[in-house]
Write a protein that binds this ligand. Structure first.
Ligand SMILES: Nc1ncnc2c1ncn2[C@@H]1O[C@H](COP(=O)(O)OP(=O)(O)OP(=O)(O)O)[C@@H](O)[C@H]1O
Ligand SMILES: [Mg+2]
Length: 360
């Protein structure tokens, strides 16, 4: 049973459109995310925006939902309700409760209005009691058409979009059976050769169908070969390794590296995909204390290059020093957010005050 009572918008303050527009669109936007695991309600209506070039830290007690929030951002978890937007594109299914024009097009809304409710009352009733039908078909043609239109206008190939998000985990997740160099080259080579194969297949089809056409279709220009793709990926991987001082480890296997080295390789591996945003889930928690510094230094360097970063972290020093903004997650909500100065020097929420008193 969805829990939509806490939706922050109410009918009077919003006309329904939540589409972030064009260039001004934030890098990432989560809009009223709920995540349930069975009966366990982990996120209970979380909204947040990550702007281009921002470094945002997510802090909070263990079990509060930080990782779940981060995993919802790149769809490693599918939110139960709510929407995730990236660069103005909708990555999740349309959540009708966030679009008042859609609610107004539903059979349920019309029923309530006919029964004498005002527009505002009807929308509030529908949201708080979760009245829109799960399968949506019962809500009528116009309702379904609007849902479809939103998806059509804003939706995108989710896999393509996810490639623009680099993810770094606490446990490194390097491929144990590949050398460092292969680890870094793997994703770019796989994806680019897949694209190359798809283009070749398409060209074969175009050439064939041109035999029967008067007006010939043009072939897709293919300016590369598999060998070139591999050579370029190797060069990029070596450049990245050189930048972090680990070029001599190119042919080593992960098991021979220290934790700090593994994590730096994991970061570089994510960077090899040229991501628009990097998501980190406690990248230093599995490290021995003496190795934390080298990983944080690399992350600081990355922040200085203007990379958009979202970092779940227990490193309060990092959150304070490097972030533009800090989100405090507690009991499934963002209880407080602000600049590091506001969060660490002048916390307002009692739970945040309590949390900081334990970790600082
Ligand atoms: N796949 C899952 N299935 C069931 N429950 C889950 C799943 N993932 C997370 N949870 C539960 O959701 C809650 C929040 O977990 P989450 O990992 O988001 O917390 P966290 O804030 O990242 O904690 P930590 O600081 O310990 O990493 C926990 O109670 C956890 O047990
Ligand atoms: Mg976690």
């Amino acid at each position: 049973m969805p829990d939509v009572k806490n939706y922050s918008q109410n009918a009077s303050e919003n006309t329904g459109s939540v589409k972030p527009e064009g260039e001004a669109a934030p890098m990432l936007r989560v809009n009223n995310i709920y995540k349930n695991f069975g009966d366990l309600k982990v996120l209970k209506g979380v909204s947040a925006e990550i702007r281009r070039g921002e470094v945002v830290s997510i802090i909070g007690a263990s079990g509060s939902g930080k990782s779940t929030l981060l995993r919802c951002m790149n769809l490693l978890e599918t939110p139960t309700f709510g929407e995730v937007w990236m660069e103005g594109k909708l990555l999740t299914p349309v959540d009708p409760y966030l679009h008042f024009d859609v609610i107004r097009a539903s059979a349920t809304y019309r029923g309530l209005i006919d029964g004498g409710m005002s527009d505002e009352e009807a929308i509030d009733e529908i949201k708080s009691c979760d009245l829109l039908k799960e399968k949506h078909s019962a809500e009528g043609k116009e309702y379904r058409a609007r849902m479809k239109a939103i998806k059509k206008e804003n939706g995108i190939d989710v896999n393509l979009m996810r490639q623009k998000m680099g993810m770094v985990f606490q446990s490194f997740n390097l491929f144990a059976n590949m050398t460092v160099l292969k680890n870094i080259m793997f994703a770019p080579v796989t994806i680019r050769t897949r694209q190359l194969r798809a283009a070749k297949r398409k060209n074969a089809w175009i050439s064939f169908s041109n035999l029967f056409r008067k007006e010939k279709r043009e072939l897709i220009p293919i300016g590369t070969t598999k060998e070139q793709i591999v050579a370029e990926a190797r060069e990029q991987a070596m450049n990245l390794l050189t930048r972090i001082g680990l070029a001599e480890k190119a042919d080593a296997y992960p098991s021979t590296l220290s934790g700090g080295q593994k994590q730096r390789i994991a970061i570089v591996r994510a960077l090899a995909m040229n991501p628009d945003v990097m998501l980190f889930d406690e990248p230093t928690s599995a490290l021995d204390p003496e190795m934390i510094g080298e990983v944080l230094d690399l992350m600081k360097m990355l922040a200085k290059t203007g990379m958009t970063m979202v970092v779940v972290t227990h490193e309060m020093g990092f959150a304070r020093e490097v972030s533009d903004r800090v989100l405090f997650v507690d009991e499934g909500y963002i209880k407080e957010e602000g600049t590091p100065e506001q969060i660490f020097k002048n916390p307002k929420d009692p739970r945040l005050q309590d949390f900081l008193s334990k970790v600082l």
